[in-house]
Design a protein around this ligand. Structure first.
Ligand code: SF4
Length: 404
């Protein structure tokens, strides 16, 4: 982003609900334009899920604890979960639970609630103001904002310290970017301290914090791409809703998180769109495998360097690393070592751009090509021989149960 984040835009009142967006709405939109449209334009709510209900219940326990100091009921699942995180929770009445967010930027109103915002959060300097979100998940390491989540393999593969990787992951998500932006605008400070406390909803109750410090300049760099651009698309679509079929589907995510509730019902994917989704999924899978291989190799090199101990030995190893890369295992000859991560990042960005770009109706429905006819550019891409081969390999992998 290029415009500085300003404090004077906080807490204006809503003019029109169609300009209001929340972080979760942006998340859904970026994940699948069509899913967002079914929920927000058609007003069809997904059926309640037990996991979401448990999450809501635990948030209620947390709010009550912060506001009143009342001990959570350990005999309930939600209470026991929250108790497992108490070592990282600020004392009751020391900050604000359910802090309201409400600010305008570039014609978009951002709304939301921060689970807790205040000082005295264990793990931080007692004077640090912390923005805290409580997350519940069956497997936080797999689904949360951690480098172990394979959705972030491309960000982890860019290398750097754990803190740098964490920053990259947080800065790629609308929710932490919106919350941190609100924080720096509200206080005028240059940093926002974020702490996402994850609770395991399955198995033995336990919790783990995920902390990061984001700077104003870092937020300004990403705000437009991660938050503002999709938000403006949302606002435009709310003001002039297109037919749902004209919103870009993302078949690669239909089976994620227990499966999309609109699959085969409100979302009518053509055969061609389903096929394109399988190709996309196969490509993502292969890319992730490649990134995993590179990460493993880099880890081995790092471990080897630290095992050598002395700085002289370390220097020798550093000079060896590029030549190892030159073998083609880390960086194949077609790209220079310094170029490859950047090229991959650009490639990823292009994919994201493609994914978030909504398809808006520009012609009458009867004028539009027949689904599966291959002429709707945004939803029915050309299928090359390579993609056909990839799709066949995907089918094979499904059969072998490698991915699902
Ligand atoms: S079924 Fe798939 S493509 Fe359709 S709305 Fe759901 S996630 Fe999107």
């Amino acid at each position: 982003m290029n415009a500085p984040l300003r404090q004077d835009i906080v807490e204006q009142e809503a003019l029109d609900s169609s300009v209001a967006v929340s972080a979760s709405q942006i998340d859904t939109f970026v994940t699948c334009n069509r899913k967002w449209g079914i929920e927000k334009l058609l007003g069809i709510k997904p059926p309640p899920k037990a996991s979401a209900e448990l999450g809501k219940e635990m948030h209620g326990v947390a709010e009550n604890y912060h506001d009143t100091g009342k001990s959570p009921d350990r005999l309930t699942k939600a209470g026991a979960m929250f108790v497992s995180g108490l070592p990282w929770v600020a004392p009751p009445k020391s900050g604000t639970a359910e802090q309201r967010i409400n600010f305008f930027m570039d014609g978009v109103q951002f709304l939301g609630f921060i689970d807790y915002r205040g000082k005295n959060v264990p793990g931080w300097d007692p004077e640090a103001r912390v923005t805290r979100d409580y997350k519940t998940s069956s497997a936080p390491d797999k689904y949360g904002l951690f480098a172990t989540n394979k959705d972030y393999a491309h960000l982890a593969a860019l290398g750097g310290s754990d803190e740098e990787i964490r920053k990259r992951i947080f800065l790629s998500h609308p929710q932490p970017v919106i919350y941190a932006t609100f924080d720096v605008m509200d206080t005028g400070d240059d940093v926002a301290n974020l702490d996402w406390l994850y609770f395991w909803s399955k198995g033995k109750e336990r919790a783990k914090p995920n902390r990061v410090v984001l700077r104003r300049a870092e937020l300004e760099d990403v705000f437009e791409k991660v938050v503002l651009t999709p938000s403006k698309q949302i606002v435009r679509l709310k003001m002039a809703p297109p037919p749902i079929e004209d919103l870009e589907p993302n078949p690669a995510v239909c089976n994620k998180y227990g499966g999309c509730p609109f699959s085969g019902k409100e979302c009518k994917l053509s055969d061609h769109q389903q096929f394109a989704g399988m190709v996309k999924k196969m490509n993502q899978y292969e890319q992730q495998q490649e990134e995993k291989k590179q990460m493993n190799l880099l880890e081995k090199i790092k471990a080897q360097n630290s095992a050598n101990g002395s700085s002289a030995a370390s220097e020798t190893k550093k000079s060896e690393a590029p030549s190892l890369a030159g073998t083609g295992r880390v960086n194949p000859p077609e790209s220079r070592p310094s170029e490859r991560p950047a090229a991959r990042a650009v490639e990823k960005e292009e994919k994201v751009e493609t994914k978030v770009a909504p398809k808006v109706a520009s012609e009458k429905r009867e004028d539009r090509p027949v689904p599966g006819g291959g002429s709707r550019a945004t939803v029915a891409p050309d299928v090359s021989d390579a993609q056909l081969g990839a799709a066949l390999r995907l089918l094979r992998d499904f059969m072998l149960g490698r991915i699902g």
